[in-house]
Design a protein around this ligand. Structure first.
Ligand code: PMP
Length: 440
């Protein structure tokens, strides 16, 4: 029953070859290339609801959702209509406009931030938040956690150096040692490591930046109270707590991860970063926070930051419309859909005898394949999984028309458009894929 005629991929293969000639690796963002799983990435021609269609006419249930942004699914009619109207009024003014104010108001209404500045990518948001934190505190050191990704910001593309309080090392060629000299990398969920570092160097630390709930090493949620502990530790030492909600923001709840912990525990980050959902599938992102900190930003204050397309009227219209449509029912649907798919994945893998862990943060989840630990709490645990097992699972899902993130270290994303038909299609594919994983 697992043997089927392979899906046609001639069209994707031809486009991939063309792409290779003009673009390094044939893609504009590395993980799209299937380097971790092998094979040919599919070139898509359209997305509708929960489904993607490729150049060869194959349909896939999309479990990437553009890596998080598409909370409402592809081509939501209301978002499309508002965007079409915005485009008809011109695509970029280079002046202030109304939709950027309305989007900022919506973000301020949902989160603890008092003010926001709009940018065009999550990378820009974290880069600017770091600069602002350094400008505000007059300090240089930035603390981050191993396995957390904050975009390709030089100072954050850092790996842990040899000792706890030593300098980090650059995570990629092209980042000068000087750019990560003031970065310290700690193990995630490790309170003792945080306490020790702040005791030693607290007065040098401008900020600690963390994914509000890491999704870039697979889903590794914060231990209960961990974010609050980080906020308090930063406050005690005059450092800023920067919560990166680019992935979790407006996705895991109306108020993002802060809605799942901070709002209840009664703390707030000094700065937050947002992206993905708030752009509604367009390039829009933001950073925001305390008014006194944000007030340091140019033109009100001395810390420079700018952008030709920042607050773009089309992108902000898409984001604003998406957030306005993202009511409680949307979150309830995505939560339920994620619970169904993740439970079924776990059951299929158990039935096939594949050791695994399914980890959740609200409706964000991922599956660790054959990890060496009982629970993944940090990057070392995440990295202990067997990527060959994932590879077999991934390709078996793809062949059955389910497009998973092509890496074992990524969250699976669902949307409000994942209806019974789409979810049923995923559930039908899981047992065969689990058996393929068992044979890996
Ligand atoms: N922060 C987090 C937590 C992210 O997940 C990402 C993107 N995956 C970024 C920052 C960077 O965002 P972008 O890709 O829009 O630059």
């Amino acid at each position: 029953p697992d043997a089927r005629t392979p899906l046609p991929t001639d069209g994707s293969a031809a486009w991939f070859e063309r792409a290779h000639r003009v673009t390094p690796g044939g893609v504009n963002s590395p993980v799209r290339a299937f380097n971790a799983v092998g094979g040919t990435p599919r070139f898509m021609v359209s997305g509708q609801g929960a489904w993607l269609t490729d150049v060869d006419g194959n349909d896939y249930v999309d479990l990437i959702c553009s890596w998080g942004p598409l909370l409402l699914g592809h081509a939501h009619p209301e978002v499309q209509a508002r965007v079409a109207e915005a485009v008809a009024r011109g695509t970029s003014y280079g002046t202030p406009s109304r939709s950027e104010v309305e989007l900022a108001e919506e973000i301020v209404a949902r989160t603890p931030v008092e003010q926001v500045r709009l940018v065009s990518s999550g990378t820009e948001a974290t880069m600017s938040a770091i600069r602002l934190a350094r400008g505000f505190t007059g300090r240089d050191v930035v603390v981050k956690f191993a396995g957390c990704y904050h975009g390709h910001v030089d100072s954050l593309l850092a790996e842990a150096g040899s000792g706890l309080a030593t300098h980090a090392v650059a995570g990629t060629p092209g980042v000068p040692a000087a750019s990560v000299e003031a970065t310290v990398v700690l193990p995630y969920n490790d309170r003792a490591a945080v306490e020790q570092l702040f005791a030693q160097r607290g007065g040098e630390i401008a900020c600690l930046v963390t994914e509000a709930s890491p999704g870039n090493m697979g889903v590794v949620p914060p231990e209960p109270g961990f974010n609050e502990f980080l906020a308090q530790t930063c406050a005690r030492h005059g450092a800023l707590f920067v919560s990166d909600e680019v992935m979790t923001g407006f996705r895991v709840s109306r108020q993002g991860q802060w809605g799942l912990d901070g709002a209840r525990e009664g703390w707030a980050p000094d700065l937050m970063t947002f992206g993905k959902v708030m752009g509604g599938g367009f390039p829009a992102a933001a950073f925001g926070g305390r008014a006194d900190v944000m007030g340091m930003l140019s033109p009100q204050g001395p810390v420079y930051q700018a952008g030709t397309l920042s607050g773009n009227p089309v992108a902000t219209t898409a984001g604003l419309t998406t957030l306005r449509l993202a009511a409680d029912e949307v979150y309830a649907h995505v939560d339920a859909a994620a619970a169904t798919v993740s439970a079924a994945a776990g059951e299929a893998l158990t039935a096939a005898g594949v050791p695994h862990l399914v980890q959740h943060d609200g409706n964000m989840f991922s599956v660790f394949f054959a990890p060496q630990v009982d629970r993944v709490v940090d990057y070392v645990g995440a990295a202990s999984q067997d990527t060959a097992v994932f590879r077999a699972f991934f390709h078996a899902m793809l062949e059955q028309g389910v497009y998973l993130p092509p890496s074992a270290f990524e969250a699976w994303f669902l949307s409000a458009a994942h209806d019974d038909r789409a979810i049923g299609h995923v559930l039908d594919a899981l047992p065969g894929a689990a058996r393929a994983a068992a044979r890996a």
